[in-house]
Design a protein around this ligand. Structure first.
Ligand code: PHE
Length: 449
């Protein structure tokens, strides 16, 4: 444990890294389609409330625990405990987080690999390599396996370079580019015929759907996935934040950035889908719902880009670059969780840890690729619908019930000396102690019933 721990060198660096983790396929792909199929702005409204009422307090629990311990999830939770039972629970929750995030990384890498293949496709078409382009966009085990390895290689490359020279450096370059590309794409797509119908589907609320308990479950799941909660990711990023920073304010900015990008993505994806419909592409499935799964990104949008002629090549390039950036800044935050544990608790060098753990996750990816129909949905459901909310629940229990309240206050006071007089301190401890655990448990019970 002699190697000094990494730390983000600036507030901007942390914001880019943490919002890079949060902003991912969940925002650009998951959120818009979830919103469109669950009452448009009614979903957005529910989502915003859940983000600030439940997800933000849970995010703060992870960030504060992480910064206090300046250690990985296992050590951090063990350190808060006051007896053998809570220590055992800390060990269990820490390891459960490591396993959850590694499994999330395994399905995320597969999908991210598709994004890279579709990013190279327009380049191949520009170079007149049509058969390569066809291979890139055809779903085969070989293509999926190769792109899993390529994307995992990129993730390992960034994580090996460390917190400052890898994660912070790349997130600070990639996140601003992501926002610029997203804005340019929105500006272009909303000028096309059909776009306003999509904007309407996204923004006009259908409040009848608000009484549907499925909507709340969806919105909470979406919020937890989108803010990278319940798996130790935000805990480890929190552990790299300087004691000089005001954590409640930083966490608030991360939540705002995440929601902001999700809303912007809605203004791109839904108009794009309706433009595709105006161009003769089917956007509803047999059951009458909007196509939301892999079909959306891998067939509806590419069909739209194809119908746009040569401008479509550029738009496809920009869109899949956006998706690749969003994926990479999230995947590095996932790999960092087990790597930090191996480096800190088993004295393994960072490069070696990133290579070995990334290699193991790549093998899990390849197993899923080879048994896609049996395993893919299963891994997604178990990790995002069951493990993440449960993990979030336990982080709240640690922050609210197990951690000594005075020590918790002292931690937040660093970087925020006037916290005791703030609204945050009036509300958050109560939330994290009572409201979050009860609400997450209630949603969880709904899910099981
Ligand atoms: N927040 C990421 C997204 O929206 C996914 C993620 C989940 C990242 C869990 C880290 C941990 O795509």
């Amino acid at each position: 444990m002699s190697t000094p721990r990494g730390e983000f060198t600036s507030r901007f660096g942390f914001l880019m890294a943490a919002s890079g983790s949060a902003v991912g396929l969940g925002n650009i792909w998951g959120f818009p389609t979830n919103a469109a199929s669950n009452g448009g702005a009614a979903f957005l409204f529910t989502y915003l409330i859940l983000v600030f009422v439940l997800a933000y307090p849970a995010l703060m629990a992870e960030l504060i625990i992480g910064r206090h311990a300046k250690a990985n999830a296992v050590t951090a939770l063990q350190g808060l405990s006051r007896g053998t039972i809570s220590r055992g629970m800390g060990t269990f929750v820490g390891f459960a987080g490591i396993i959850t995030v590694s499994l999330i990384l395994s399905f995320y890498t597969i999908v991210s690999g598709w994004m890279v293949a579709f990013l190279i496709d327009p380049l191949a078409r520009i170079a007149n390599l049509d058969s390569l382009a066809d291979w890139l966009t055809t779903d085969t085990i070989l293509r999926n396996a190769l792109f899993v390895m390529l994307f995992m290689g990129l993730t390992i490359y960034v994580v090996s370079a460390g917190v400052k020279d890898g994660i912070e450096k790349w997130a600070s370059r990639l996140m601003p580019s992501l926002v610029v590309i997203l804005l340019l794409l929105i500006l272009y797509v909303i000028t096309l015929p059909g776009a306003s119908d999509g904007m309407r589907a996204f923004l006009i609320p259908d409040f009848k759907q608000l009484i549907d308990p499925g909507l709340i479950i969806n919105a909470l799941g979406q919020a937890f996935f989108s803010l990278s909660l319940g798996a130790g990711t935000m805990l480890i990023y929190g552990s790299y934040v300087s004691k000089k920073e005001n954590l409640p304010a930083l966490g608030g900015m991360v939540a705002l950035l995440d929601v902001g990008v999700a809303v912007m993505a809605g203004m791109l994806i839904l108009p794009a889908m309706y433009v595709a419909q105006a161009n003769g592409v089917a956007i509803y499935d047999e059951s009458g719902g909007l196509i939301a799964g892999p079909g959306l990104i891998l067939s509806v949008l590419p069909a739209l880009f194809n119908s746009m002629g040569s401008a479509g090549l550029l738009v496809a390039l920009a869109f899949f670059l956006l998706m690749t950036i969003a994926s990479l800044t999230s995947s590095i935050s996932m790999l960092e969780v087990p790597v930090a544990y191996a480096v800190e608790n088993h004295s393994v060098g960072r490069r070696k840890a990133a290579l070995i753990i990334g290699g193991i996750v790549a093998i899990i990816c390849l197993t899923i690729v080879a048994n896609f129909d049996d395993l893919f949905d299963l891994v997604v459901t178990v990790t995002t619908e069951y493990s993440q909310p449960l993990g979030g629940l336990f982080f709240c229990i640690f922050a609210g019930w197990i951690w000594n309240r005075n020590s918790l206050l002292q931690e937040i006071k660093q970087g925020f000396p006037e916290v005791e007089q703030s609204l945050f301190w009036k509300i958050w401890p109560f939330y994290v102690k009572f409201i979050c655990p009860v609400a997450i448990a209630a949603v969880y019970i709904q899910l099981l019933s």
